[in-house]
Design a protein around this ligand. Structure first.
Ligand code: G3P
Ligand code: CA
Length: 250
């Protein structure tokens, strides 16, 4: 067991650069993180975009949802100016951009499929397109695909059964089956619980059931140390730069 859990730079190093942009992924790499976490959803024309929210409002210069928009709309956006002037005109990446980054830099990833609200056809297309895009990723051994939407996760598992899955959930309010029944059903590698109020006993149950446990989102080093003592295998953090070098394990 490593001294410290694996560090996932959450939406990239989002404390240093605008989340889910190439700048944030580069910052994560510069901070010494080997794993990045990022969010993938789909636009009306099938473009796979890297974005946390289902509207452009919070993290770009655009407005409204994107399930009825296209690639040409995406290219007009500034996804960095909201964060600081330094990042003005930073583009919203597509999944293909992130895959190229991972390949070129030998970085590893947790790809989160967002709970697409664009209707059944787009939902199906999202899963199919992510599954197909991953043919371009060199190292699928060090990839974990997760989703709060366990129907999408199940569909992805059907499409790419060889790729490791994380059972992502919000412990207090997740609808549907709990991790103890849902994660084995999908043959998940890992459980991805939220950190708020997470106890040692809960972590022990997950570990004893044979899963890795990757906890989100942990920005406090002392809390990370406590989780490490409990045996968690990974933490997601917005602040990979705060963690000591031994924390940045593969
Ligand atoms: O995958 C861990 C974490 O990213 C889940 O929450 O809302 O930041 O996507 P959120
Ligand atoms: Ca995420």
């Amino acid at each position: 067991m490593n001294e410290f859990p694996r560090i996932f730079a959450h939406r990239g190093a989002r404390s240093l650069a605008p989340e889910n942009t190439m700048a944030a992924f580069v910052k994560a790499m510069e901070a010494g993180a080997h794993w990045i976490e990022f969010d993938v959803d789909i636009m009306g024309d099938g473009t796979l975009l890297i974005m946390h929210d289902n509207t452009f409002d919070r993290t770009t210069s655009g407005k409204g949802g994107y399930y009825d928009k296209t690639f040409s709309d995406l290219r007009k956006l500034d996804a960095g100016g909201w964060f600081s002037k330094t990042y003005r005109f930073e583009p919203v990446p597509e999944l293909a951009d992130v895959i190229t980054f991972l390949n070129m830099n030998h970085m590893w990833a947790n790809l989160e499929i967002k709970p697409c609200f664009g209707g059944p056809t787009l939902r199906e297309r999202l899963v199919e397109s992510v599954a197909a895009s991953l043919n371009s990723l060199n190292d699928t051994e060090h990839l974990i695909v997760s989703s709060f939407d366990h129907d999408l996760l199940a569909a992805f598992h059907e499409a790419r059964p060889e790729i490791d899955l994380g059972w992502l959930f919000l412990r207090e309010s997740q609808p549907g089956p709990d991790w103890a029944s849902g994660a084995p059903e999908l043959e998940c590698r890992a459980i991805h619980p939220d950190d708020t109020g997470l106890t040692e006993a809960e972590v022990a149950r997950m570990l004893d059931a044979g899963f890795e446990v990757n906890v989100w989102t942990v920005n406090d080093l002392d809390r990370a140390r406590e989780l490490a003592r409990w045996g968690v295998t990974g933490i997601f953090t917005d602040r990979p730069q705060d963690f000591p070098a031994p924390a940045l394990t593969r």
